[in-house]
Write a protein that binds this ligand. Sequence first.
Ligand SMILES: [Fe+2]
Ligand SMILES: [Fe+2]
Length: 320
Amino acid sequence: MKLEKLYKKAIETGIKNDLRGKEEIKKTLAEEKEKHTKLKDDEVEYYDKDKLFNPFSDTRVLNGDLNTDVKKVIVGIDMEVGEILLTYILNKDLEQKIDLIISHHPEGYALAQLYDVMRLQADLLANYGITISVAEQLMQERISEIERRLMPVNHNRAVDVARVLGIPMMCVHTPADNCVTNYLKKTFEKEKPYKLKDVVNLLKGIPEYKKLAKLQVPPKIVSGSENNKCGKIFIDMTGGTEGSKEIFEKYVQSGVSTLVGMHISEEHLKNAKKAKLNVVVAGHISSDVLGLNLMFDEVEKEGKLEFVSVSGFERIRRNK
Ligand SMILES: [Fe+2]
Ligand SMILES: [Fe+2]
């Protein structure tokens, strides 16, 4: 499969699994096209053209020609200098013929603009009955905070190593996180867990969570107790990074009783507890791996790939 095909298929899968709905994304892309036509001459050279067809700012081809033939990929949750050097060694000394490095967490200019995908969180909150003005204003504050936090980062450090070694590299973040969010939402709607312990058991039945449970990182109830009823569940696993720390009261007001997330910071957890919200941490790496696997199941419909799995990843296929 050509690198371009793989990239486009990842985006298409991300859109298909996006809980904002296709119409909302169409509107976002149309707005972007409009913005592009109105760019001033001195702005054109700084414009990221992928925005015209890719609504996920944290998903980009970072190095290499789109025309590259991709048969074998090396995939990890974080693909940094060490993993890129490993790829070089595998190709050179072990003749592994790896065509492409795929990182889940964003690198390079996809990391620099990670904050932009966070806008989708406001729409997801609105779907759960949170007033859109409240959701948007709280998110805008948080987005600016993340934008400032990303400014001093040495974004291109890993990508520069891939460039010098001549290895194509990409990152796929929100499309995979959309896949896990949609999958768990559907699973919970179908299985209807009654108590928090049922959520934990349901998760442990999924291979990616089972594997991490064996590695001593099981899904965990961090607010509420195992016999608490789940009530309405919100899956908080996509949209770049953690949302507003002020949001937890609003969840409760809109009828949500339980949050299921990948991870939660101490400050966010403190506020969730204050709001009397149940919180289940499903697991960070396990959730990211599940999202990637679901996405690759779709990508591989275009052609089978060979996988080398590192940095927390393991390829588990659902449609064999
Ligand atoms: Fe993720
Ligand atoms: Fe992650």
